[in-house]
Design a protein around this ligand. Structure first.
Ligand SMILES: Nc1ncnc2c1ncn2[C@@H]1O[C@H](COP(=O)(O)OP(=O)(O)OP(=O)(O)O)[C@@H](O)[C@H]1O
Ligand SMILES: [Mg+2]
Length: 224
């Protein structure tokens, strides 16, 4: 437990159902997330975990039911309050700096801090153009870990109160994964975290672990 949890519910799903075409994915999912809570979600591949996170991130709208964050339910309002690290990192054909800041003005000290937190500093300092390295034609030359750490730095830079992590360490070896996760733990501070993972051991300090099976979310049940 991180003892940051308050009684204030900042995000909630109420009876949310979602289908891709006519294939039901989420079935009447209800969830209340409190400020400062660290919530883990586990479940078999294909059960709907990423879909759930995309709804919490404001990337998808429920077919029925509602998703709200700070009482707001429009996708643009929801997106303001969350930062998402996706399962497969998405890098843009711009510099590392622009991939991290996404065009927002961020003080240099803050950039330096997030590079450290995402364990990127020594690698970036070793590049001839440093953080101004253009990723246009070179994105393929990055390791999965480097690409994922750039997307973690991007999420930390956003300073949103809710951090959504979709298997952020799936492309990392176990030593790097543990080091990135412990940096993320420290960097997240009092932020609320929803962390989807197949590795329940990464959730040992979490406040709550939920299990998803065939689009139904429940407390308890076997870890996968
Ligand atoms: N864009 C899409 N169009 C159609 N079907 C999709 C789409 N995205 C996901 N699905 C399907 O929806 C189901 C749930 O996918 P989702 O990505 O939420 O699962 P998951 O629990 O995150 O799985 P994993 O652990 O493998 O990441 C899967 O059957 C998947 O094939
Ligand atoms: Mg997934």
């Amino acid at each position: 437990m991180f003892n940051n949890v308050t009684n204030t519910v900042i995000a909630s799903l109420s009876d949310v159902s979602f289908s891709y075409k006519d294939k039901p994915i989420l079935r009447s999912v209800s969830l209340e997330i409190r400020s400062g809570e660290r919530l883990g979600i586990v479940g078999e591949s294909g059960c709907g975990k990423s879909t759930l996170l995309k709804i919490l991130a404001g990337l998808l709208s429920p077919d029925s039911g509602s998703a709200t964050i700070y009482g707001k339910s429009t996708l643009s309002e929801i997106r303001k309050h969350v930062a998402l690290v996706m399962q497969s990192p998405m890098l843009l054909p711009v510099t590392i700096y622009e991939n991290i800041t996404l065009g927002h003005e961020i003080p240099d000290e803050r950039i330096h801090e997030v590079l450290k937190q995402a364990s990127l500093l020594s690698w970036i300092e070793s590049l001839p153009d440093g953080i101004n390295t253009y990723l246009g034609d070179r994105a393929d030359e990055l390791s999965g870990g480097q690409a994922q750490r750039i997307s973690i730095a991007r999420a930390l830079c956003k300073d949103a109160p809710i951090l959504l992590l979709d298997e952020p360490t799936a492309s990392l070896d176990s030593a790097t994964a543990e080091s990135v996760l412990s940096s993320l733990d420290a960097a997240a501070g009092k932020r609320t975290i929803v962390h989807v993972t197949h590795q329940v051991e990464y959730l040992k300090n979490y406040d709550r672990i939920l299990h998803m099976k065939d689009g139904v979310l429940s407390e308890g049940g076997p870890a996968c």
